[in-house]
Design a binder for this molecule. Sequence first.
Ligand code: NAD
Length: 372
Amino acid sequence: MSMKIAVLPGDGIGTEIVAEAVKVLQVLDLPLEMEQAPVGGAAYELHGHPLPEGTLNLAKSADAILFGAVGDWKYDKLDRPLRPEQAILGLRKHLGLFANFRPAICYEQLVGASSLKPELVAGLDILIIRELTGDIYFGQPRGRRTAVDGLFPGADEAFDTMRYSRPEIERIAHVAFQAARQRGRKVTSVDKANVLETFQFWKDVVIEVHAQYPDVELQHMYVDNAAMQLVKSPKSFDVVVTGNMFGDILSDEASMLTGSIGMLPSASLNDRKQGLYEPSHGSAPDIAGKGIANPLATILSAAMMLRFSLQAPEAADRIESAVKSVLAAGYRTPDIWSEGTQKVGTREMGDAVVAALMGNGAGKTITTITKS
Ligand code: NAD
């Protein structure tokens, strides 16, 4: 049975890097049906909306979504609901993508690109799992008003609401414990239980869920300490699970341990294991169209897609080893280039991964791609 992938390249370097990931998927011996649609600024230009109905329907009907990036400074003056970034929020909401996976892996060949000492990051392989649809980012009520109490009654003030319900915490905790079972069997739950009622509740519920996973070690850590430990001894973590806001900050911090933002894949999954797969970086308008963007984060996101949504873990392993062999062979886009390595562009890097895959015994192409 063929598997359907919605291909949404988006804006800026999105089109360049997604083209390389599609190229890689096309040389796998898998029955993949890929259909492309505009999203973000590109969709606004064509249809007057960053997430047109056609694109949303395609995403809903697909087994997985391969997403590039959206955004450009030229859209900054649009009304908020029409800005490109709203497309990604809309997809998360409509598809219920509550679990965000961000692996931070430091490839042996790129140890020198990290801002930390090589011995701290060599062999680093951690997974940050961020709850994506709750917390203070979505909690109601929120807004602006005149203060009736507090330190300055009568002054203008703004407020947001931090909240988590039991089912929201339970489902992300299950995701984290199950992911840990495939890895190092350790979960660090990051909270601020010493100050916030929401995160005392988070901690209580995580402890309850942990009772079903006695084979996984559970550790609790306050978010301020977690931020410190991530740069002090990042390898002491295996799976980190946390709320939307803390996860937003910690996942960016963890990503920088690995050297380049151009290397970092991500996945956002719902409870049907349908997922949106995208690089952790944005649309990089500063280098768009120059053919120098690093496509590896997107190619590695495609590997995550095969593993988590398309039940093709062997194909995922093959892509990941092809990326490692390309790095070992010395190919580098400018963001990861160093003396003594070979500088290549976006397309050449994609070609090198394809060549490594073919060398690894890739089969015939039976993929199709259509544009809607
Ligand atoms: P960015 O991630 O696009 O770029 C930050 C820096 O990293 C830039 O110098 C860029 O050239 C570099 N960079 C990013 N990806 C790279 C790659 N693959 N290879 C080489 N270098 C790379 O972040 P930004 O500049 O803050 O934002 C640009 C636009 O992207 C904004 O409109 C923002 O809203 C949007 N954005 C979108 C997403 C998304 O689509 N999920 C995420 C973040 C930012």
